[in-house]
Write a protein that binds this ligand. Structure first.
Ligand code: FES
Length: 97
């Protein structure tokens, strides 16, 4: 079974193959937003993939709708298929001026 590491929180755990990154986070006690409850319709569960992106399932249409890719994934849609490390919730950069 694969291991997932949440880098910022310093937490890691072994999860069942196919577990979503969001569910892994919740199981490990990692604080991660999930406003829509994991339905792929809010994008608050975003994570940055640090290593092992090839060990997550392919980007799906919900993620494409939120322009995920290039190391960014929706935690509720990306499923763990092998060892990986992620950072939970990326706050979008906002240019104020
Ligand atoms: S929890 Fe809403 S998109 Fe993932």
């Amino acid at each position: 079974m694969p291991t997932i590491v949440f880098v910022n929180e310093g937490k890691a755990g072994v999860v069942a193959d196919g577990t979503t990154v969001l569910q892994a986070a919740l199981d490990l006690g990692v604080k991660i937003s999930h406003v829509c409850g994991g339905n792929g319709t809010c994008s608050t569960c975003r994570v940055e993939v640090v290593v092992g992106g090839e060990n997550l399932t392919a980007i799906n249409p919900q993620e494409k709708a939120y322009e995920m890719g290039d190391g960014k994934r929706l935690g509720c849609q990306a499923r763990v298929r092998g060892n990986c490390a992620v950072r939970a919730l990326m706050i979008p950069r906002v240019d104020l001026y």
